[in-house]
Design a protein around this ligand. Structure first.
Ligand SMILES: CCCCCCCCCCCCCCCC(=O)SCCNC(=O)CCNC(=O)[C@H](O)C(C)(C)COP(=O)(O)OP(=O)(O)OC[C@H]1O[C@@H](n2cnc3c(N)ncnc32)[C@H](O)[C@@H]1OP(=O)(O)O
Ligand SMILES: Cc1cc2nc3c(=O)[nH]c(=O)nc-3n(C[C@H](O)[C@H](O)[C@H](O)COP(=O)(O)OP(=O)(O)OC[C@H]3O[C@@H](n4cnc5c(N)ncnc54)[C@H](O)[C@@H]3O)c2cc1C
Length: 615
């Protein structure tokens, strides 16, 4: 018998003014896509062995990892078995595009995540046809597990500063991989410590003492039978982190480790047997895997934010607190306009990020198809936009997930609410795949170039075209969408122009271009933030805004119900569909090992002798 749904949630669902299922279908890309997603979720989540008897927060660091590997194996097999052979690749992709299925199993991400998120994309994007055929067969069947090893103890942002060397030996037709210093050790790659046995290593290629830039190499570092580290390989785990504690991030040092010539991924650049180096048409094609993951991250943020606001909005409909009017009883906290202000922006932003992710994915697919034909024209714009949207969506999502947590009071601070773990997941994305400030400065680099081109009368690309519209500074704000967008364009144009003026002022004062750039970099980052719409400006339309909050209020629960996250994916005592918050909080509390006995052994060992002055 299903548990009784909380009365307040029932009332909320009766008040909703729109068809929730229709919005779910729209978000999924149609009724069939919703059906496919639900069917996939039903199949996978009915698999035995996927869920924890003891909540993983009560396991040790080592037990958490071992438990996650156990579940990863079960989950991966269940996903494979659940694949519907009659579905097209695209239908399969759509079914998982919005599903946070893995989040039902891994609160802190999977030890296989890098294999799927970067190792396979790196092979697809960097291997030549022969290499792709061989390695994709093994990687897609999970015969090998891989990761992407670029970051080092001493370098993450500055790729050209990476110290790991790959020196070509024409006599044996091998590359010798070496970590010349401690700071050259690969440090951070997920799955690297104990899970994976292969990785794509980004290393500095040298041939006859000449630098040939950073190139990708596929490297085996553990024996496939024994899983022992191979000779010349030093491996380990980097330790406990804010989150990602089941991703098994590791370190790896090379000591003159030899690999055959065909282990350099040679789609873009090649090394012939005699050591001849054939340069890539564009050295930045080597950075292609990162562009791809930045695009994927935008969609991931939309889904994670939707999950957090679902938890917080449902909880806010159930929680009654304080007194809005004398003798009117305690209101739902969702009736406080401050609570609506905290949460409704999160609902809107999740939808905005979903639409942005769809647009960016289409742009990525088009540019990647052009690259296959040798047309690199739109790569710089894709890079600039992907940098900006990855940085803005991860920053905003981190802020809005944290706001969802704090809007739930003390219960939001419980791990059983799952809001702290969601925060740990999303805030990591402000750093990985390119630290956000650095990526914003990459976008600023393109904005400054575009404004210079606009000022010399050149045509600009569609996404930069606002820099060529000499928008009058006397523009009046009006509350129409068109008026708001025009206002944004005016502000965005002004930010870039002001940063440029600032740089020119520094150059006139005698600074070199690099120092002028650095002195203006705070303005440059701000200019990049306006490339995509940010929330700060909406405040200037405060009256419209508060009116909008009132219009959303009766539909708030319907809007989060439309995200259609089942309870296992929310994994939260506060966000379940039935709203039985207090019963769930108590059920989870009783699972704490400390509640197994009324008096803990520490009383007899320490407390009692201490309190009796015997310690
Ligand atoms: C829970 C939520 C789920 C989320 C969804 C799931 C996700 C799944 C889980 C993932 C779990 C973690 C996974 C983390 C995995 C890592 O973190 S992997 C490591 C990531 N590391 C980075 O991103 C490093 C960031 N640094 C960089 O990209 C480069 O160093 C920088 C910052 C772009 C600078 O590079 P540089 O060579 O110094 O280039 P620079 O001199 O600045 O520029 C030279 C030219 O190259 C261009 N350029 C630079 N880069 C590029 C590029 N990539 N493409 C094209 N052109 C480029 C510049 O635009 C510039 O062009 P011009 O203006 O000269 O025309
Ligand atoms: C959870 C997690 C998972 C990760 N997984 C992987 C992985 O699987 N594989 C992998 O290779 N890496 C991985 N990384 C590493 C990640 O890519 C790096 O941490 C990231 O690129 C930032 O580099 P860094 O840590 O060396 O910081 P740094 O580059 O040292 O940056 C530190 C600070 O210096 C500032 N700074 C640096 N350069 C500039 C500049 N040019 N202008 C202005 N400010 C600057 C930054 O803005 C930042 O505030 C992971 C990281 C995390 C947190």
């Amino acid at each position: 018998m299903s548990a009784k749904v909380n009365d307040d949630l029932l009332t909320e669902r009766r008040k909703c003014e729109f068809n929730v299922e229709e919005l779910t279908n729209y978000l999924d890309g149609g009724a069939q896509a919703t059906q496919n997603r639900r069917k996939l979720e039903d199949k996978v989540l009915s698999t035995k062995g996927l869920f924890d008897e003891v909540p993983e927060e009560y396991l040790s660091h080592k037990e958490k990892y071992e438990n996650a590997v156990r579940k990863a194996v079960v989950y991966y097999k269940a996903m494979k078995e659940a694949e519907d052979p009659n579905q097209t690749e695209q239908e399969r992709a759509n079914a998982t595009y919005r599903s946070l299925l893995h989040a039902a199993v891994f609160k802190d991400n999977s030890p296989f995540s890098l294999h799927l998120a970067m190792f396979i994309p790196a092979i697809l994007g960097q291997a030549d046809e022969e290499q792709k055929k061989y390695w994709m067969k093994r990687a897609s069947k999970m015969e090998i597990i891989g990761t992407y090893a670029q970051t080092e103890l001493g370098h993450g942002t500055f790729i050209r500063g990476l110290e790991t060397t790959a020196t070509y030996d024409p006599k044996t037709e091998e590359f010798v991989l070496h970590s010349p210093t401690l700071t050259a050790y690969k440090w951070w790659p997920g799955s690297l410590a104990h899970t994976a046995n292969y990785c794509v290593v980004m290393a500095h290629l040298y041939i006859n003492g000449k630098s040939c830039g950073i190139q990708p190499f596929i490297v085996q570092f553990r024996d496939e039978e024994t899983h022992q580290p191979l000779p010349g390989i030093k491996l380990g785990e980097i330790g406990a982190k804010l989150g990602f504690n089941t991703v098994n991030n590791g370190f790896l040092g090379f000591d003159q480790h030899r690999i055959p010539r065909n282990r350099m991924l040679m789609k873009n650049a090649q090394v012939l047997k005699d050591g001849t180096f054939k340069r890539s048409p564009n050295s930045k094609l080597t950075y292609g895997t990162m562009v791809y993951v930045r695009v994927v991250i935008v969609n991931g943020m939309a889904n994670q934010l939707a999950r957090a606001v679902t938890i917080a909005v449902r909880y806010s409909a159930v929680r009654r607190q304080s007194e809005l009017k004398p003798d009117a009883g305690e209101p739902q906290i969702l009736d406080y306009v401050t609570q609506q202000h905290k949460l409704f922006i999160g609902i809107a932003s999740s939808h905005a990020f979903t639409l942005t992710a769809k647009w960016l994915t289409r742009m990525y697919q088009k540019v990647t198809a052009d690259l296959e034909k040798g047309n690199l024209d739109e790569l710089p714009e894709l890079h600039a936009i992907a940098c900006c949207l990855k940085a803005v969506t991860t920053t905003d999502t981190s802020v809005l997930v944290e706001r969802s947590r704090t809007s739930c009071g003390g219960h939001g601070y419980m791990l059983s609410s799952n809001l702290p773990q969601i925060y740990g997941l999303v805030t990591a994305a402000c750093t990985y795949e390119g630290e956000n400030t650095v990526l914003m400065l990459q976008t600023a680099r393109s904005l400054v170039k575009a404004l210079e081109q606009a000022q010399s009368g050149k045509r600009l690309s569609p996404t930069m075209s606002y820099l060529s519209e000499k928008v009058s500074s006397r523009l009046k704000w009006d509350n129409s969408i068109d008026g708001i967008v025009k206002g944004f364009r005016r502000v965005a144009y002004g930010k870039v122009e002001s940063a440029m003026r600032s740089m020119r002022k520094y150059v006139r004062s005698g600074l070199g271009p690099e120092d002028a750039w650095n002195m203006s970099s705070v303005q440059l980052v701000a200019a990049s933030e306006y490339t995509s719409i940010s929330e700060a400006d909406i405040r200037q339309l405060q009256d419209t805004y508060e009116d909008l909050l009132g219009k959303i209020r009766p539909n708030a629960v319907g809007l989060v119900d439309a995200f259609d996250f089942r309870d296992q994916i929310l994994n939260s005592t506060l966000g379940a569909y039935d709203g039985r918050v207090y019963e769930r909080l108590m059920e989870e509390a009783l699972k704490s090992p400390l509640n197994a006995e009324p008096v803990n052994q520490s009383f007899h060992k320490y407390l009692k002798p201490f309190m009796q002055g015997k310690l």
